[in-house]
Design a protein around this ligand. Structure first.
Ligand SMILES: *Cc1c(COP(=O)(O)O)cnc(C)c1O
Length: 406
């Protein structure tokens, strides 16, 4: 009987928090994406980590766990494989996978903060992140101040004596603003706070915040990491062992974990992250070039443009500039809505980061919940998530939509 039970990889045995062993020093990005946390199954030789659809695990004697697995809220081998892979991709020692990006954020702030603590957030944060701070966290006694995270002085001015976290997204959603991660890490550390970077838009392939001094990286893996618009998930990655212990405790106590099926899908997506990101960037660069020549447009927001105010910082901290583009229509909201309603290949929808191109109107869609707040976005703004289709087809689709919208 005992021989039929799979042993697990050495890194998952014993400790409640395991440490990632494949690093940037030992292996390249794509090698880590394909192999980190994913040794061949020791029992069958299966090349892909199985979906361990099990809630509980045999104990060898009362209280004697086999290979450290007891109950799947606490730990599950499929989730563990994803967590080790994500840690390796961000060059962090510890990874945690959650049911969604917001579940990851919620668990993180409950781990780090207490009532009375204060968080500095971007003044154009992802709408759901803003809602979490504004409508949920404040009820539990947290306070926050939105700041222009492109400007270190504005962030410094927002700090209070209770600031525990400086929270940044870079590039931001949907305005594609750029924050200087190294400079803000310094600001946070000067006051004994931590810097959290939501790295969803860049993905670990384009930007590695921990190496720039950030303390924690957060992801909505729903986006580029999963990459196929077929699963919702989130992650937290950090280096610090004490924080990792606390995260493991809170992840288990709150229970907002990624299930084995979702973990498996996300891990499958992660394997191709590097090749997908290169193609997202290639296509986005071509589309940006096309958009900048159109009369209907008053501004193209893309950190790869040397006219972008964050271009220099982005060039310093990103490998390339990503697949997200926003632009403003000269004729205002009606024109913006018109373009969104007239594309055919670009699917009208929320979310981003999948292989298929998406288009949306942030003011009425993703960022509707920020209306009337300091995070309200311009009504003439259109956001596109450039997929990995043939770029000529994407350009033809945009061209047709620009013509048809009037
Ligand atoms: C989507 C998103 C989130 C929230 O993640 P979910 O997986 O939808 O919960 C957080 N931050 C950014 C930048 C996002 O785009």
């Amino acid at each position: 009987m005992a021989r039929l039970v799979a042993a697990t990889s050495a890194t998952t045995v014993g400790a409640s928090v395991s440490v990632c062993t494949m690093t940037a020093q030992s292996h390249g990005f794509s090698t880590r994406a394909i192999h980190a946390g994913q040794p061949a199954d020791p029992t069958t030789g299966a090349v892909v980590p199985p979906i361990y659809a099990t809630s509980t695990y045999l104990q060898d004697g009362v209280g004697e766990m086999r290979n450290g697995y007891e109950y799947s809220r606490t730990k599950n081998p499929t989730r563990r494989a994803l967590e080790e892979c994500l840690a390796a991709l961000e060059n962090g020692r510890h990874g945690f996978a959650f049911a969604s990006g917001l579940a990851a954020e919620d668990t993180l702030i409950r781990t780090v903060c207490r009532p009375g603590d204060h968080i500095v957030i971007p003044n154009d944060a992802y709408g759901g992140t803003f809602r979490l701070f504004d409508k949920v966290a404040t009820r539990w006694g947290l306070t926050y101040t939105p700041a222009a995270i492109t400007d270190v002085d504005s962030v410094r001015a927002a700090i209070t004596e209770n600031t525990k976290i400086i929270w940044v997204e870079t590039p931001t959603n949907p305005l594609l603003n750029i924050a200087d991660i190294a400079a803000l890490a310094q600001e946070a550390h000067n006051i004994g706070a931590i810097l959290v970077v939501d790295n969803t838009f860049a993905s670990p392939y384009l930007q590695q915040p921990l190496a720039l001094g950030a303390d924690v990286v957060v992801h909505s893996t729903t986006k580029y990491v999963g990459g196929h618009s077929d699963v919702v998930g989130g992650a937290v990655i950090c280096d610090d062992d004490a924080l990792a212990d606390q995260l493991a405790f809170h992840s288990n106590s709150i229970g907002a974990i990624s299930g084995p099926f979702d973990s498996w899908l996300t891990l499958r997506g992660a394997k191709t992250l590097a090749v997908r990101m290169e193609r997202h960037c290639d296509n986005a660069e071509r589309i940006v070039e096309w958009l900048t020549r159109r009369d209907e447009i008053s501004a193209v927001l893309y950190p790869g443009l040397d006219s972008h105010p964050g271009h220099e910082v982005a060039a310093k901290q990103m490998r390339r500039f990503g697949g997200m583009i926003s632009f403003r229509m000269r004729d205002g909201e009606a024109a913006a809505v018109g373009v969104c309603n007239h594309t055919r290949l670009f699917t009208l929808g929320e979310s981003l980061g999948g292989v298929e191109s998406l288009i949306e109107h942030p003011g009425r869609m993703t960022h509707a919940s920020a209306a009337g707040s300091p995070l309200e976005v311009p009504a003439d703004l259109v956001r596109i998530s450039v997929g990995i289709e043939d770029v000529e087809d994407l350009l033809a689709d945009l061209d047709a939509a620009f013509t048809a919208k009037a």
